[in-house]
Ligand binder design. Structure first.
Ligand SMILES: [Zn+2]
Length: 75
């Protein structure tokens, strides 16, 4: 289960989350997944797009269509 480090596009804090193949729809890459920043000071949702190796390609502030799962960031 790959562990990814990135930054929340809302608050720019460092985040980490685990992602698996089952978390995305592989019919199209980059594939969207919702990332919930599980932190009291933020608590916002954004959309991250990952490639076939589950590496983050880019991200959007908004909740975009097409994701099949919401992943909470780890503390
Ligand atoms: Zn945040």
């Amino acid at each position: 289960m790959p562990l990814r480090f990135n930054f929340c596009p809302h608050c720019n804090e460092k985040i980490r989350f685990k992602i698996e193949k089952e978390d995305i729809d592989p019919s199209q890459y980059p594939a969207p997944v919702y990332i919930y920043h599980n932190d009291k000071s933020c608590g916002k949702l954004s959309t991250f797009y990952v490639d076939s190796l589950l590496r983050v390609s880019y991200k959007e502030l908004e909740k975009k269509a097409g994701a099949i799962k919401t992943i909470e960031t780890q503390k």
